[in-house]
Design a protein around this ligand. Structure first.
Ligand code: FES
Ligand SMILES: [Fe+2]
Length: 352
């Protein structure tokens, strides 16, 4: 692991942004995985994603215009369709013939699922149709066309590895997330013991009961249980289920580049009455995530000196799994063999 930068995994689907951020006829330029992207929604409603560099003279296409069907470069007016193919070069004289179809700015495979725009970053030489991860993962309980009820995003000034280690770190909460509404007494640590098992591209904290005395869980009914999954390339899915209702929390970490990361938190809930509480819940989510954001900024002061870091048992075992999963994904891709999940099921114990 490098301290300030991360190796970025390819051959996987990444969350780019919520569907609601891109209305028909609108385009959005953003960098993900160190690559300039132009994400846009055609008048037909379909989302597409182009490489945001004009193949003529390299200017980003986002500075140009989008009429709902083609993107036009602001420099010499070349036009590109939703597949990235050039369809017009205005400077072409009637005596000239140019085969526009041979010119392309490049396009990325895009899916809309669960109210999110997912983009596929292919491995070198890989055709999208035989991609290593055929489709983005589906959420439990909620259909593919159900969008999140709540969504926040904060940019983290850290590599995707440190964002991931923070996300799956069970022992920092008592020190970092010390708001009155989360934990009254940071010093009072309690023994925890949880069963973990391998899962699709990652692992799961096996389904277990949540404390029935907690009123926050009572609204879901009786026998409230939860399962938390972690998966490449940086997804955490928490599925809380009661006799009456269920809630899914999704956290995604998407690399902007090797040292910057977008962290998103979203919720799906089966209860109809969430509406009026949204501003409060969103505020609490922001406070919580901002505590994580601030700690990695402080961490960076030390990481600049490239110290040797430690992962200890069992508090950091999940962090170790994360690094092993990344390693195996890269290696199996390079050796052109199936991915073999390195995680073995076991119980982890810690104080938190
Ligand atoms: S640079 Fe885009 S059309 Fe010339
Ligand atoms: Fe945290």
């Amino acid at each position: 692991m490098h301290n300030l930068e991360a190796d970025l995994l390819r051959g996987l689907w990444y969350v780019a942004c919520p569907s609601s951020e891109i209305k028909p006829g609108k385009m959005l330029g953003k960098t993900l995985m160190g690559e300039p992207l132009l994400i846009a929604r055609a008048a037909s409603g379909d989302v597409f994603c182009l490489r945001d560099i004009c193949p003529h003279r390299g200017i980003p296409l986002r500075h140009g215009w989008f009429d709902g069907e083609t993107v036009q470069c602001c420099y010499h007016g070349w036009k590109f369709d939703t597949d990235g193919r050039c369809v017009d070069i205005p400077s072409t004289h009637e005596t000239q013939t140019i085969d526009y179809s041979r010119i392309s700015c490049g396009a990325y495979p895009v899916r809309e699922q669960n109210g999110l725009i997912w983009i596929y970053f292919a491995q070198e030489g890989e055709a999208p149709e035989d991609g290593r991860q055929p489709a983005p993962p589906l959420l439990p309980d909620f259909p593919a066309d159900a969008g999140p009820r709540l969504h926040i995003m904060l940019p983290f000034v850290c590599s995707v590895d440190h964002a991931a280690l923070g996300l799956m770190d069970p022992t920092h909460a008592a020190f970092v997330h010390t708001s009155w509404w989360f934990k009254k007494n940071a010093a009072k640590l309690r023994a925890k013991e949880k069963l973990f098992e391998p899962a699709e591209l990652g692992w799961a904290m096996a389904r277990h009961k949540l404390p029935p005395q907690n009123i926050a869980y009572k609204v879901l009914g009786d026998n409230v249980t939860t399962e938390i999954r972690y998966a490449l390339p940086g997804l955490r899915v928490e599925h809380i289920q009661g006799s009456r209702h269920s809630v899914v929390g999704l956290t995604t970490i998407t690399p902007v580049d090797r040292s910057h990361t977008e962290v998103r938190q979203m919720f799906w809930a089966s209860m109809g009455w969430v509406g009026p509480f949204k501003p409060l819940i969103r505020h609490l989510m922001k406070v919580f995530l901002d505590q994580d954001r601030r700690v990695v900024i402080q961490q960076r002061e030390g990481l600049k000196h490239n110290p040797r870091l430690m992962l200890i048992n069992d508090a950091d075992t999940q962090g170790r799994w994360w690094m092993q999963l990344k390693d195996e994904w890269t290696r199996s891709g390079a050796e052109d063999r199936p991915f073999a999940n390195p995680v073995k099921g076991r119980t982890l114990r810690w104080m938190s």
